[in-house]
Each structure stands twice: as C-alpha cells, then as structure tokens.
Design a protein around this ligand. Structure first.
Ligand code: GLA
Length: 723
C-alpha cells in the first residue's frame, strides 16, 4: 500500500512486514525517514520529527547545501555538497557535472512500470513515481517504487529524462540509493569462481566504500549481483537484514558506504566504470530494476521473501510451477566425443530408468570436435550424427523421451563458417589482437542485424525439430569492449547495449517458442541472476557436481535464488572436477534440492546404481512440488565444515522434506542436536524414515540427533502431518 500525506508531504509504502517512509523536506529534498519494521501511518509524523531533526536541511539557509552530506537521500547527485558516492553523474556540454535534485511532483498508480527491453517484475502491486528536478540542468529523475501487499520486496528503478535540447552524457546512472541510519552492520556477499560460485562471505562493514562488481559483461561467477546488509546479531532465523539484488545480467556495481557517523549508503545498478551513455534532448534513459528485501526474521526470512518474489514476479508464469523434466545430459558422459551409438545407448538406458528428457550438449553442430571451432555454425554435423538431429529425436520418441539441445548463441569461433563470412561480427577492435577466452570470441550483440541473424538460425533449428528443452550457454566474458558499428561517442554504451541484445534474443526466442523450456548456463553458474531467470526458469548452477562442493554452492545460491531455479545433476565418481568419490545416494540427495537430472553415461552404470537411479527418480517425483513451491529453511551451514542440512516446508505446513550431508566423520562428535524449522508448532508430524511422531513444536525446539554417518554420508527425511 502507498499512502501520501499531503500535510506532511510524506509517502508511506508498505509490503509484507516492512514500511518505507519518505518525505519532502522544507528545502524540497526527498528524504528517507524509515526503512524497516512495519509502522502505523500515524507514526509518520514522529518519524519525520525524529529522523529529520538530525539530518534534514529544512530551509535555504547557508548551511543547507552542506547538510546534504548528512541527509538520507533517495537518489544522490554529484558536486553540491554530498560527498558520499553519487547515484548519478551527468556531464553537460559545458563540462559541468554538478546537480542537486529536488521534488517536483509525484504519481501513485496500480501496477509496476514495465522496463522496456529489460527483465522486470511482471505485474500487480502499486507504484509511487516521484519526479525530481535538477537545480543545475535540464535533467529530471523519476524514481519508481513498487510494493506488493504480501511481499517483503520493494522494487525500485529510475528514469532519467533530458528535458533540454542539448545532449548530455551519463557517466553513472545507478538504479537506486538507500541511506540507512547508523548501526553496526555486516555485509554478506556471494563470491567465487568457475566451479565455486556464490560462496557466502560476511564481514563487518568498514568505513569507506565497499564495492561489489563485475566488469565482465555478465553478472559473473566471481561476484553475484546480490548483497545483504546485516544488522548486528542477525542470524539465520532472527534479526534484521536488508537484501539488495539487481534484476540485471550485465556488468554491474553494488556499493555500501559507511560514513564517519556510521550511516550506510547502499546503491547500485549498471557498472559505471567504462559507462558513458549519451542522452539527447528529450531522451530518457531507464535503469534496470533492483529488489530491496527487508527481513526481521534473519537471512532465512529474507531469502524466503526473495524466493517467493522471484517465483511470483520474475520467472515465466507458465513455467514457474510446471513440473520440471528429469533429464540426462551427455556432457560429462561423452564431452565432444559422441556418435549415434553412444547417444542411443544413453537414451535407451534413460528410458528404462524413468528419465523424461535427453539433452544433447555441446558438439552436435558445425565442425565441433573440441572447443576450438564451430561456434556460430548452428547446422547439424552430419558426419558425427548420421541422420542428423532427426535420428536422435526419433530414438528419443521411440523410447518415450523428450529431446533437448545445447546452444551458445552469443559466441563465434574464429574457425567457423560464420566467422569466415563475417569476421567483423566478433567483438574486437581493429589493430588489437583479441583475447580468446576458451578459444572463442563474442558476437557483437549491440548490433541488431547480428541478433536477428542468430534468432533466424537458432529459430530454424527449433522450428524444424521437435525440441522441448534448450540449454543456453555462454562460456566466456567480454574483453575488448568495442563495437565496430558504434560511433566513438557511443562506445561507452557497449556493455549495456550488449546485454540488451542478449535480452532481445532471449525475449524473441522464448516468445516464438513458448513450448520450449529454456535453461540458462554460463560455464556453470557464471550468469546466475534475476535478469536471466526472467527468461530461463532454471540455470545450471555450477560445473562442479561433487556432492559436497555442490551442497556449498547450492547453499550460497539459495540466499538469493529459489531451489526451483537451480539445475542440479548427479554425475559420475571419481568426480570430474574434484576427483572425489561420494556415494550415489548422497549425490542423488543433494541433486534432489533443485531441478534434478543426471550427467553421466547411464549405459556404463552398474546394475546397482541403475536401481538406485530408478528409486531416486521415483522419490524425486514425490517431492518435486515442494522443491517448486515450498519454503526453504536452512538447518546447518556447510561452510561451518561439518554438516549441510536444508529443509523445504509446504506453504500449508502439512509436509516437509529434509536433506542432510555429513562432511568428514569425526570420532565422538555424534551427540549433536538438529532442530527442524518452519513446521507448525501445533501440528503433529511423522518422520517416515525415523518412525518418529512428535509435535512441530518439539521437533523445532528439542530437535533430533544428527544421524551417525561416515564421510560424505547423507540422509533424507520425509515429514508428514498426522491428522
Ligand atoms: C559449459 C557448461 C557445461 C557444458 C559445456 C559445453 O562449461 O557449463 O555444462 O555445457 O559448457 O561446452
């Protein structure tokens, strides 16, 4: 709900359990007076008195401008006395960059503003749009805030309008600014690398600017476009925290600035390093949206709000709760070395085991026997696949399986027909030898004719073949940030325009082929973000499928993304990434906490493992609805080094599913209590595997013993209400 109080000139936004209160102070600045627990509308006057007296410049006196440095600002500018990081820097023709933004008008309306060409919250809610005018230029800034009655998430973004006739250049155009009061905060971030994505790291927020960013043209393996500010004492299920998450997949920055007086400025959006966006007279620049999530139930409360929001507002509604196919992917089974016989053997076995879909990975097209050639040539390699894709699809059909196919639409190999025909289509600059990550170059998706071409060739394959699933990969980042087609003054727009090109293709392909289910991927989880989830309901979480490493990666990922967004596969042991051997049961248990599948040569499995696979798939189909729709409670953090344990509870609290894994066995450390969470204290439950019946209250407060297990042993518990 959004309430405007004309007398106080205040806006009170509420959703879930939070309130967000702004007001226009006497000097005309839009100032934040509260972001936190839900308060009454009648509290707003008190909040203004309390917060404003400390910070607000309330008149045009001579100290007014300097007071901007203290004021909790809703969008900060540069060069007029606020020395903290600005949200916006606009360079004018005369070289001036200063601006100071004051309230001009506002509107409140139903719905959420669409962000053209970019992923965004899909609908419902109500929006406050506040227009600020710059004292020093013809700039107008429209701040959007959208709230939903039941949601703990507030969505913001900004429109920057050049109302003058002279062009200007945006050097920085963040999506939001949120100044929080002084406090002892820690910052949580999700960092990593290839095969080690989204490891959580929490550290006290130190003075100065802490910056999380990607310069790679993708949200990256290294730093996810998510962070959370934790108030002192915040833990998994108690305490206050604020999540910040961009609905954006390109280069980004998120910053947290702790000032000398202990206040914190959170900001973020499109990466400003290398960014220069020219804005002609009358033109508007729209920033990506950001999700801000308040929780007073710890990080667990935060992540459950985020999961609900992503499912309700980001993921395609026709796919979000659709039963996910249990699939087998041939990548780790064959890599590039396959022919009809090898694939048929996997398909035949898959059918016996109850698998739904066979996904043919890299290597089916062009001249592609290793990673040095063929990208861009999306034509089947008839030498490798006799009878083309049709033969494989026919085999799948005969065996009752659906068929999925791998593409890497954004890429081009130098050794490809496409490159020979269009060497200028790759991202590079004449005279500069391009860096060749994974022996390939990136197509210049800032150019519409290239996106059109890729839409045409990929679309042709999808149209001419019975394909129900696409894995969209992206295996290298952008280096030489340059487009041969952009004029010099627009080169600073490259990175943003690139990702707009990716969104354009994703939008067109998913719209043209509504029955195809798309999975995202980027060398594992190198572009795992809310932007991609708008188009692709699930993403390959990581190339690391080792069941202990995966438990950690999935734990980290779950801070910001629902289980249904994570593709999780059982692979062979010794594991290809870690060399470790972990039991088939544990691999299956960890992979059941997401959209499950298999990534190994089924035809080479032992009879015993085949039986286990059948049982795992049958068991998965019993709980997949919980994975798609349930609430996640995280019981034991694998980063503490002993146990991983997560629990999913149905919304009506009648069912739950627990998965746990032991790391290394230690003697005499078996009397450890594991308290369940999220159950209804009043209800009685039965844990099938333990044959225990007890109240939700007892299970969540007294708890159970961790099972006694050796290295990397695991357990699954099915919990049901006894009526
Ligand atoms: C990436 C993906 C893998 C596989 C290979 C194919 O690394 O993460 O799953 O598709 O590319 O080249």
């Amino acid at each position: 709900m959004i309430v405007y109080n004309e007398k106080l000139k205040s806006f009170h936004l509420t959703g879930g359990r939070f309130s967000y209160v702004l007001y226009v102070n006497k000097a005309g600045f839009l100032q934040n007076v509260h972001y936190g627990a839900r308060v009454q509308e009648s509290d707003v006057a008190y909040l203004i008195g309390y917060r404003a007296s400390a910070y607000a410049p309330d008149s045009e006196d001579k100290n007014c401008d300097m007071a901007l440095n203290e004021m909790p600002s809703e969008y900060s500018s540069y060069g007029r006395g606020d020395y903290r990081e600005p949200s916006l820097i606009a360079l004018r023709r005369d070289g001036a960059r200063m601006s100071r933004l004051r309230y001009a008008s506002h509107k409140i309306f139903d719905g959420v503003p669409a962000v053209k060409g970019m992923p965004h919250a899909r609908g419902g809610g109500s929006t406050l749009a506040v227009t600020l005018k710059d004292d020093c230029s013809a700039l107008e800034i429209v701040l959007h805030y959208t709230v939903w009655e039941e949601s703990g998430v507030l969505v913001r973004n900004v429109e920057i309008v050049n109302t003058g006739s002279e062009p200007l250049v945006l050097e920085k155009a963040f999506s939001f600014c949120c100044d929080l009061p002084e406090g002892e905060y820690s910052l949580l971030r999700l960092c990593g690398s290839w095969a080690r994505e989204r490891y959580p790291e929490t550290a006290p927020l130190a003075h100065g600017v802490t910056r999380l960013q990607s310069l790679r043209g993708a949200s990256s393996h290294q730093v996810n476009p998510f962070t959370a500010l934790l108030q002192k004492g915040c833990s998994e299920e108690s305490g206050v925290c604020y999540g910040v998450q961009l609905i954006y997949s390109g280069s980004f920055a998120l910053t947290a600035e702790k000032t000398p007086v202990g206040t914190v400025r959170l900001q973020g959006g499109i990466q400003d390093i290398g960014f220069l966006f020219s804005l002609g007279g009358g033109e508007t620049f729209v920033t990506p949206q950001v999700m801000l999530t308040y929780s007073n139930e710890g990080t667990g409360g935060m992540l459950r709000s985020i999961h609900d929001f992503i499912r309700a507002q980001i993921v395609r509604p026709d796919c979000v709760y659709k039963r996910r196919p249990v699939l087998v992917n041939n990548w780790e089974a064959t890599y590039f070395d396959f022919d009809n016989e090898k694939l048929f053997a996997i398909i035949d076995e898959a059918a016996q085991l109850g698998i739904d879909t066979f996904v043919l990975d890299d290597g089916w097209f062009g001249k592609r026997d290793d990673d040095r050639s063929g990208l861009g040539d999306w034509f089947v390699n008839q030498n490798k696949l006799k009878g083309g894709l049709q033969a494989v699809i026919d085999r799948c059909k005969q065996r009752g399986l659906k068929f999925g196919l791998w593409f890497e639409p954004e890429m081009i190999s130098e050794d490809s027909d496409l490159y020979r025909a269009h060497p200028d289509w790759a991202v590079k600059k004449e005279g500069v030898k391009p860096v060749c990550g994974r022996n390939q170059l990136v197509l210049d998706f800032t150019r519409k004719e290239i996106v059109d071409y890729v839409f045409g060739v990929v679309g042709k394959v999808l149209r001419e073949n019975d394909i129900s699933y696409v894995k969209w990969d992206m295996n290298r980042n952008i280096t030489e940030v340059y487009s041969a087609a952009l004029p010099p003054e627009k080169q600073g727009e490259f990175m943003h325009r690139y990702i707009l090109g990716v969104y354009d293709l994703a939008e067109r392909l998913t719209a043209a082929f509504p029955n195809v289910f798309f999975e995202g991927c980027a060398g594992g989880g190198g572009r795992f973000d809310a932007g991609m989830l708008y188009y692709f309901p699930q993403i390959w979480t990581s190339d690391d499928t080792d069941a202990w490493e995966r438990a950690k990666i999935q734990w980290g990922t779950s801070y910001a993304y629902p289980l249904s967004a994570m593709s999780c596969h059982v692979s062979v042991c010794p594991n290809h990434q870690t060399g470790r051997t972990i039991s088939f049961e544990t691999r299956g248990a960890v992979a059941s906490l997401g959209a499950t599948g298999y990534e190994l040569d089924l035809s080479k499995m032992t009879k015993e493992d085949k039986e286990k696979t059948k049982a795992q798939i049958a068991a998965y189909k019993e709980i997949d609805e919980l994975i798609l729709k349930g609430d996640l409670y995280r019981l034991s953090d694998p980063f503490e080094g002993k146990y991983f344990c997560e629990m999913v509870v149905s919304k009506d609290k009648s069912r739950a599913y627990v998965v746990g894994e032991r790391m290394l066995y230690m003697p005499c450390d078996y009397d450890v209590t594991l308290c369940l969470a999220g159950l209804d204290g009043e209800k009685t439950y039965r844990i099938r595997e333990l044959n225990i019946t007890a109240s939700g209250a007892a299970l969540c407060t007294v708890g159970l013993k961790f099972p006694r297990l050796l290295d990397f042993g695991s357990w699954t518990w099915h919990i049901e209400e006894v009526r």
